[in-house]
Design a protein around this ligand. Structure first.
Ligand code: M6R
Length: 580
């Protein structure tokens, strides 16, 4: 079973000083992990290494000379975040350096073998063995040494390797993303294009079981036996501006405010999929899975087709009762989530058709599904998913309408814009509540997944405990939690379940609970049961998730900002979850 960990890697070879290019690239890759960072550069046949626990900016205290180098930003799995566990790793004679993203599952066995040959590792990581093995295997050609060593590695990896004397870097991929950036008189390796987009938009997405050699005027791709392979150069279709904060305090806020244009863009997508399936199964994780749950309600309501919404990490290990009559839809922003990828592979093995609703173009899942529809949210940098969620909702609604051969109106774009105007008033509300330790989120029907998403946003960026329940479930247990210290966010717009949710709010009020209600503008009656109200624009019943999502994102954002949290890079998290 392949497992992979997050981490970002980069390699540069050219005529410019590598130091700044590597550090700037790693800063862009920090969304993949930020427990430690490091770079290695070779100059005058000597390798220098600068690495440190913590963020990439710690590397700026020192500057390494040289025009060829590799770098790494780490999300810790084997061994705690520390200087000694930071990449790059070197061998005893400091002739080679390696950065690694992935997990070497047989590292203990490899470590023992090295130990028997008198070589000791200095770190607790699974990665360090690779550099010692390469040093042992080297007979004058780096690519050949890497080819030999990877035959002994079990697990997953994207690797970048450098020798102190050579002018080429070698990269290899098996299960973790790696691309080659093609410049003029310079070339790059990177975990993703954001790291190198300042320098080139031409990339080769490496496939699993490929190894590549790059020099300043050289790019060659091989299979694991060293046989040269053809490759396709693709153009990145987004720009740096889209990956910058553009005056916003945080990427998350910028991305929340981009949602009208994202929705507009996603609305342009059309589906051309055969409708000969009897059931739809969504596989996804986190926010993408909550989008899937909204999709379930909507498709069942509009298209009357049964939908199962599966959390990918559960789906892959339970009895898999799917067949060629099923359509399995993977939803993923990054297109790299390990559990979602494994679920897709399993579905394909079982003969089901697979469709991907994916944001990152040419990502691994996008390339493995039978057909892919891109959600067009643009680069999402904040670890908390916002605009990707809205784009996933648009896709799912469009898909539901496609199944009934109806079109979808584009009014939601203006309604999202209107909702964004609430940001200041939501901040004032957040000022009243940001010291609370616990929140309850409730909603019925299509608003239950929104309650889940609202609670997730709050938890992940503000570290406040939040629980979401279907409003009707409260009296089956969670109502025992209700007290003055645990406010409830109640999602209660004027739709078909309004009266039912209203009654649930009354039950909370009767027990001295504080309630912040998200209600439809003009609903005066809701004041009777609310301590505070956030009024959203009136929309057709099924479209409320679009405006309510924005309110929930803004509420979580302002609370986290008031608590001085690192909104874009919350503790313990990484944007791309390539670990199972
Ligand atoms: O890249 P993906 O959409 O596959 O990621 C899935 C989840 O890891 C992601 O949505 C995560 O839950 C976010 N941090 C939520 O804001």
């Amino acid at each position: 079973m392949l497992k992979a960990k997050m981490c970002g890697i980069i390699g540069y070879v050219g005529e410019k000083e590598a130091n700044d290019i590597l550090i700037a690239g790693l800063e862009r890759l920090e969304y993949r992990g930020y427990d430690s960072a490091g770079i290695a550069v070779t100059h005058n046949n000597t390798i220098s290494i600068n690495k440190s626990e913590g963020r990439v900016h710690n590397l700026k205290k020192e500057k390494l000379d040289g025009t060829i180098g590799i770098g790494h930003t780490r999300w810790a799995t084997h061994g705690p975040p520390s200087n000694k566990n930071a990449h790059p790793f070197t061998c005893n004679e400091k002739k080679f350096v390696v950065v690694h993203n992935g997990i070497i599952e047989n590292y203990l066995e490899l470590k023992s073998g090295l130990h028997r040959s008198g070589i000791s590792c200095t770190s607790d990581t699974d990665s360090e063995v690779i550099v010692h093995l390469i040093a042992q295997a080297y007979g004058g050609n780096l690519k050949e040494a890497v080819c030999k060593v990877i035959k002994h590695l079990q697990g997953s990896y994207a690797l970048c390797v450098m020798h102190k004397d050579t002018h080429e870097l070698v990269g290899a991929r098996n299960g973790s993303p790696l691309l080659i950036g093609i410049g003029k008189g310079e070339n790059f390796f990177a975990s993703d294009a954001s790291a190198i987009i300042d320098y080139t938009k031409d990339v080769i997405y490496m496939n699993d079981f490929q190894i590549a050699e790059i020099g300043k005027n050289l790019v060659t791709v091989f299979d694991f036996d060293g046989v040269e392979q053809s490759h396709e150069i693709k153009k990145i279709d987004w720009n740096l501006e889209q990956a910058q904060k553009s005056g916003y305090k945080h990427f998350m806020l910028k991305e929340i405010f981009e949602q009208p244009s994202v929705a507009q863009e996603s609305l342009k997508v059309t589906f051309a999929i055969r409708k000969d399936f009897s059931r739809i199964i969504f596989v996804a994780c986190g926010t993408a899975s909550y989008a899937g749950l909204v999709g379930k309600y909507i498709i069942e309501k509009i298209a009357k087709i049964p939908v199962v919404n599966e959390i990918a990490s559960e789906f892959r290990y339970k009895e898999c009762l799917i067949s060629e009559k099923d359509l399995v839809i993977a939803i993923s922003q990054s297109g790299e989530t390990a559990d979602t990828l494994a679920a897709v592979r399993l579905a394909r093995q079982k003969g089901a058709r697979t469709l991907g609703l994916i944001n990152v173009v040419d990502s691994t899942i996008a390339r493995e599904v039978d057909s892919v529809v891109y959600t067009r949210a643009g680069p999402e940098i904040g670890v908390a998913s916002t605009k990707a969620f809205i784009s996933q909702l648009v896709m799912l609604y469009k898909f539901a309408f496609h199944l009934t051969e109806n079109g979808m109106s584009n009014d939601i774009v203006d309604k999202i814009k209107e909702t964004l105007k609430l940001s200041e008033s939501i901040r004032k509300l957040a000022e009243q509540y940001y010291t609370c330790q616990n929140f309850l989120y409730i909603g019925r029907n299509i608003h239950f997944p929104l309650a889940l998403e609202g609670a997730l946003k709050l938890k992940e960026i503000s570290y406040i405990h939040a629980e979401a329940y279907p409003a009707g479930e409260l009296k089956h247990g969670p109502i025992a939690l209700v007290c003055t210290e645990m406010p409830t966010i109640a999602i209660c717009p004027q739709d078909s379940v309004y009266e039912k949710t209203y009654s649930n709010i009354e039950e909370i009020k009767a027990r001295n609970g504080k309630v912040i209600t998200i209600a439809t503008e003009g609903d005066e009656r809701i004041r009777n049961v609310s301590n505070d109200i956030i009024y959203v624009p009136k929309v057709d019943d099924i479209f409320y998730p679009f405006v309510i999502a924005v309110v929930l994102q803004l509420f979580a954002y302002h609370i986290a900002d008031l608590r001085d949290c690192d909104v874009d890079k919350p503790r313990n998290l990484a944007k791309s979850v390539t670990v199972e």
